[in-house]
Design a protein around this ligand. Structure first.
Ligand code: SF4
Length: 262
């Protein structure tokens, strides 16, 4: 399966709170009127300039082991190395907000409008992060439509450059997925152009496979500990499912602007 998707902009529109947190404004701190206005202006510009599009392609465990190994630079032990062999299905994902929004951020910085430039940068980064969730939902829905998974399955994205999976694995990921088709290229440092893009592997499997202890050799250098948040969310959803409050975490997912399979 190779599927393109275009999420509706409101599905990837970051909240004021999320953007302010990424700007270093702690929860509970009331931002100034000027900051709130900057956020509103940046959000309008984001809605106008973002050109979101993504591609998902299924991959076998065997083929993914080649992508995962990359150029042989991964840490010896990583969460993903343990997780993906236990998966039921795997797919590669690439998503971008397009070049126009990156150009606008650059233009604002070049014009010394650092306040709006920095706010738009945060809005776009948060928006790209939210696209991760849309990609997870797209893959989950594909599996459900094909009757290929139980409702209890969980889909999570893991990306090169994080948690011991070396960024150089992007090379093989690009060779397999060919995200150039949606306008994403890779430079010599394995960074994506446009900058506001994400890639990774969507791992579909039982919830338990995604739950791990963050005591890997590289974890002491990690300043975001995002795995903790994801694992806590999984456990919380488990509780809600067990209590019958929700059927499944991803079943009630939103469809994008449109999806197209080829
Ligand atoms: S602590 Fe950081 S580096 Fe370690 S697994 Fe969690 S997110 Fe990854």
């Amino acid at each position: 399966m190779r599927q393109f998707f275009i999420p509706r902009i409101e599905k990837i529109e970051p909240s004021q709170e999320g953007v302010f947190l990424s700007q270093g404004i702690a929860r509970g701190v009331k931002p100034s009127k000027k900051i709130v206005e900057l956020y509103s202006t940046a959000l309008l510009r984001y809605r106008e300039l973002a050109e979101p599009k993504g591609v998902i392609e299924t991959i076998s465990v065997q083929d993914f082991s080649q992508v995962h190994s990359g150029m042989g630079m991964n840490e010896k032990k990583t969460p993903l190395a343990t997780i993906y062999p236990q998966s039921q299905y795997l797919a590669l994902l690439a998503f971008t907000l397009g070049e126009t929004i990156s150009q606008e951020i650059t233009r604002l910085f070049n014009n010394n409008d650092f306040a709006l430039g920095s706010m738009l940068d945060s809005v776009a980064s948060e928006g790209a992060d939210m696209a991760t969730r849309v990609g997870e939902q797209e893959f989950y829905q594909f599996l459900m439509v094909k009757n290929q998974c139980e409702p209890s399955i969980t889909v999570l994205l893991y990306s090169p450059g994080y948690c011991g999976w070396h960024i150089s694995a992007q090379k093989r990921l690009f060779e397999y997925l060919r995200p150039e088709e949606i306008g994403i290229t890779l430079n010599q440092q394995f960074l994506m152009v446009p900058l506001k893009s994400i890639t990774g592997v969507l791992v579909a499997g039982k919830r338990d496979i995604h739950i791990f202890k963050n005591n890997y050799s590289f974890c002491h250098e990690c300043n975001h500990r995002s795995c903790k948040k994801r694992i806590n969310e999984l456990k919380k959803r488990d509780k809600e499912i067990n209590n019958g409050h929700i059927k499944s975490d991803l079943r009630a997912s939103a469809k994008g602007r449109g999806s197209k399979s080829i």
